[in-house]
Write a protein that binds this ligand. Sequence first.
Ligand SMILES: [Zn+2]
Length: 316
Amino acid sequence: MYKRNEEKKRGGLINKGVKMNGKLLKFFIAGFFILSAGVFAEIKVVATLPWIGDIAKQIGKEKVSVTVLVKTSQDPHYVEAKPSLIIAARKADILMYNGLDLEIGYLPVIIESSKNPNIQPGKIGNFDCSQFVTPIEKPSSVDRSMGDVHPLGNPHYYFSPSNILKVAQGMAETLGKIDPSNESYYKKNYQEFYEKWQEKTKKWKSANLAGKKFVAYHSLFSYLAKEFNFQIVGCIEAKPGIPPSSAEMQKIIETINRTKPNAILVNVYSPKRAVDFVAGKTGVKTILVPHDVGSVAGTDDWFSFMDRVISLLSEA
Ligand SMILES: [Zn+2]
């Protein structure tokens, strides 16, 4: 009797112990998942430019964390490889960049100094968005020492809806390869992006842009002009990235007087003096156009950025 009681007692204790262990186990499992959710769930995307970060966010949503290297107020052609940028790149699962040598002045240094194996050239985490784009304005010969910042053709293809759609699709496919357990999630987000893109593109195409003429400070709008059937009659900066000489300024003034464009398109980092001089001499109004997502208020994502660009140009 005593023995049985003792066994029962012991069994009870053992059972209790098991129960406690079970609770503890559940606690530890829950803790592990919370911990692993924090550590593993998000794919760390590092994007050079704001528009790239935005498309990555629209495709990756809560499965990605996005760090953007270049500020919306910065001229994307001239960025310094600061230590903070190298540190950001060190943690990336994937580095997404514009390509066509737009980031040539700083990105190779960042990639190398980061010592991050994920983002080295040839790796899946080295994602050049321009791989989906056919560049326009490819120069026949380039001497970068002369300061030409578009050596592989015009890099500002993110003004082109058809190019952005291909980039978004490529991002969804690549994120699905890096994070296969969420492959269908990225596909679904791309589908949503595509539906919004269709609706917006239809609206943009109905804007009154065909036949308009503009002068730009920098050749930012060539893809847009091609896709929306308007004309960039010239750029104040005759060669991309090279401040215009007085002869080049005179030439663009003559072009403006001859072609009578609707407006001169400038962006936040265009040199005010050169723009004011040309505008003053010709009497043509200038319009501040966002050069990237977030560079002027109310352009927080690529769609609202394009909404703004199209409405500014169609009202000119
Ligand atoms: Zn440029």
